[in-house]
Design a protein around this ligand. Sequence first.
Ligand code: FES
Length: 576
Amino acid sequence: MNVPLRSAEWFAGRPELAFQHRSSLRSMGIDPSHYEGRPVIGIANSWSELNNCNMNLREVAEAVKRGVLAAGGLPLEFPTISLGEEMMKPSAMLYRNLMAMDVEETLRSNPIDGVVLLCNCDKTTPAQLMAAASANLPAIQLNGGPRDVGRWRGKPVGSGTDIWKHWDDVRAGRISRSEWDDLEACISCGAGSCNTMGTASTMTSLSEALGMMLPGTAAIPATDSRRISAAVETGRRIVSMVEEDLRPESILTPAAFDNAIRTLLALGGSTNAVVHLIAIAGRRNLDLPLARFDELSQSIPFLVNLSPSGEFLMDRFFAAGGVPAVLAELGDLLDEDCLSVTGQTLGENLVDAKCYDREVIRLRDEPISETGSLAVVTGNLAPHGAVIKTSAASAKLLEHRGRAVVFNHYQDMLDRIDDPELPVDADSVLVLKHAGPKGVPGFPEWGMIPVPKKLLEQGVTDIVRISDSRMSGTSYGTVVLHLSPEAAAGGTLALVEEGDWIELDVAARKLHLDVTDEELKLRHDVWQPPKTAHLRGYPRLYIDHVLQAHEGCDFDFLRPRSEEELQFVPPLVGRS
Ligand code: FES
C-alpha cells in the first residue's frame, strides 16, 4: 500500500499502546502479517432481527469480507444500531441521527482505513451516508436489496402501498377480514427491503446516483446471487479506494447532489429523500434549499413507472436496467463528470447502461410527465416550504380550496377520523398538527391521514391532507407534507382553526391559510407551545437540537457551520 494508513497509528505508534492494540487483535487470532502494510476495512453492519428488511446482511457481509481479503485488506465487521421502519416507534426517523452518530464515532475511534456500509431499510441508508460524509474516510455503500414480490389473489402485491390501499377496502367493507389476513401472510415474503419505489429503494438508488455505491447494485433483488457477487466486488473496491485515498469529500459534491435530486424526480421517489439529501449535504457544509428541488423539478421528466407513483415493482425495475438505465436516459441532464466510488466519473460508469423495458423506464421523449414528481409549495402556512409528491396525488386536487378539518394531534385524528359526526366532505382539507420533528418527537410518517370512513363509503378515494409530518415512501394521495416551521415550533399550522379556508395551488407553488395577518397575530398571542413528557434521554436531546424539515432534521451540533469545522479531525494522540 503506497498511502500512509490511518490504522498504522494504532499498530505501529507509541510502543506500549501499539503492543496493546496488536495483542487485542491476536486475541482474535489475527497476527501482524494480516494487517502490516494492508488496510483495515470496517464493515458497518446494520443487520438485526428487529429489522426484517436487513436480514440478509450477514450473508452479504461474508461476501464483502471475501472481496476485502482477496484484494489484500483485513476486514473487521462491527454491528451498528439498526433502524427497522416497521418495528421502531414512534418512528425510525427519531433514531436516524443516533445511527449516524453511532457509525461516525465508531469510524473515528477505531483503527479503520476504509469502510463498507451495509444498509437496506429506509433510514439506515441516509444515516450511514451522513456518518460517512462527516468521518470522511474512504467509504462505499451496499444495500441488501429489495425483497421478492408476493402474490395475493394471483396478483403481485407491493410492500406498504398495497397495505394502505387494501386497508381502505377493509374499512369500506369491500374485502373481508380473512382476505386481509391472507394479505398479511404474503405481502412481506422474505428478506429484503420494500419492493416498491418507497423510501428504501429511493435512498439506495440515490446512493448509487450520488456515486457512493457500485453502479447497478441498488436494485439487485435480495435473493439474487448477483447481490453476493456485487458484495465481493464492493469488498475488493474499498481496498483500492484506500490506496487511491478516494474519500466522500471528492464524491459528495454540489453537482453530485444535483444529480441525486434529478434522479429522485425521474424516479417518482419518496418525499423522505428530500429531508435525507438535505441532511447528508449538510454534513459536507453544503446547503440544499428546497427551492433547488423545485427548480430542478421544472426540467426533469418523470420517467419511472413504479409503485406507489406508478404500476410496477422493483423486480421489473431491476430487469429493465435499474438505476444505470435511468441515469443513462437522463444523460446530458446530469453532470456526468461527477466522481464515484469506482474512481471513474458517472458518465464513464454509464457507457454500457441500457434500458430493456420501456414500459418501466420511459424514454425522455415519452415521459410519464414532462416535469418532475415533486413540488415545493410555500405561503403563510409554510413560510419555509412544504413538499407534495405530485406523481402520487390526484390531478384534480392540485388546485383546491377547502375548509379545514383540524386534528390537534395524531391520537385526536385516530379517535375521530371514522366518526360519522366528523364535519367533513370531499372538499374539506384535513389538517394534522404536532406531528413534526419536535412535536412527537421524531417526525413520524403520519401525514397520509386516512380518508374518513364516511367519505370512503361515498366512493371518495382522495382528499387534500396537510401536516407537519412525513409520509411513508410507499404511500400516496394528495398529501402536503413537512410544513415548516412545524406546529410545535410555533409555525402557522399551530394557528389553524376548524372551518378556516385553505388554498392549495401546486402550479402556482402556493399553500395559503385564508386568515388575515391581524387574526393570525391574535391567535399567536394566545398560543402556548405544547408541553412534552420527554424530560430526559435521547428524545429530550432530539427535541432540543433537531433542525426543521427544510434543514434536513439533523442535529444542529452535527452540522458543520464553517470550513474549519468541516475539516476538523480529532487528533488520535492520547487515545488509549
Ligand atoms: Fe424496511 Fe420498507 S419497511 S424497507
